[in-house]
Design a binder for this molecule. Structure first.
Ligand code: FPP
Length: 246
């Protein structure tokens, strides 16, 4: 059985999220500029998106640019934004071919106009696709997302649309950028760092975490398969005992 068929035979994470880390170190190891790492990171993005769609993952969320990444040198930020625009332009056909719907979370309005416009165009053009939902987290920070949700809920409380005693997890979920996505089942982080870095803090409450040494530009099907295989061998108890599950 080939790798993809083999993975399909087991329980798949419905929602896979990835912190793509290590582009800069990958480039430095080769004596190149950080930008070279990001360019090669795009190749890994393309391959991973296609592989996830083939495997049958329903939701894939990629941490592409955090609220904190704005603090990087302007040249690097500009390169990342340009890579986003050129990738969106280039990949529309691949998204359609694989029946993938594009989605975005984060403070999208803060993106440069060109990136914002291109993103919206591809989101609109792929809306009717019924396969995997690919979500790009752009100018995303979980604390900012929670703050934004609290502000929206507060306005509704003030206008007597919601009463404070009725605020529950569903209402909070409905006000997050991820309101149309299920909770994360599996979170992968590459590059050997064991941190969450302000990514989907609410949504990973019961996620399985998988940290890998590989730098993002080297991330291939074999690494994706390793993480999913590991997930398939875990027991998810959601607070219950093993006996209760059996
Ligand atoms: C982390 O590596 C990676 C990023 C901050 C950006 C991720 C972006 C891409 C893979 C390319 C563009 C994405 C799309 C969706 C087209 P790092 O720079 O923090 O690496 P380091 O920790 O080794 O310095």
């Amino acid at each position: 059985m080939d790798t993809i068929e083999n993975l399909k035979a087991g329980t798949l994470p419905t929602h896979l999220a990835i912190i793509m880390d290590g582009n800069g170190r990958w480039a430095r190891q080769r004596g190149k500029m950080r930008i070279f790492g990001h360019e090669n990171g795009v190749k890994a993005v393309r391959e991973t998106v296609e592989n996830c769609a083939k495997i049958g993952i329903e939701y894939l969320t990629l941490y592409a640019f955090s609220t904190e990444n704005w603090k990087r040198p302007k040249r690097e930020v500009d390169t990342l934004m340009n890579l986003l625009v050129s990738s969106l332009k280039k990949e529309l056909k691949t998204l359609d071919k694989n029946n993938i719907k594009l989605n975005a979370i984060g403070n999208i309005q803060s993106l440069p106009k060109k990136a914002y416009t291109e993103l919206h165009e591809v989101i609109e053009k792929t809306q009717k696709n019924s396969g995997m939902t690919l979500t790009l987290a752009l100018s995303y920070g979980a604390r900012e997302e929670i703050k934004h949700a609290l502000q929206e809920i507060s306005v509704k409380v003030k206008n007597n649309i919601i009463s404070p005693e009725n605020i529950d997890e569903t209402i909070i979920n409905n006000h997050l950028y991820t309101h149309n996505l299920p909770d994360v089942d599996l979170l992968i982080r590459t590059s050997g760092e064991h941190r969450i870095s302000n990514f989907l803090l609410w949504q990973i409450a019961y996620a399985e975490l998988y940290f890998m040494e590989v730098f993002w530009p080297d991330f291939r099907l074999e690494h994706l398969a390793e993480a999913i295989k590991n997930y398939q061998n875990r027991e998810r108890r959601f607070g219950k005992t093993s006996e209760q599950l059996n």
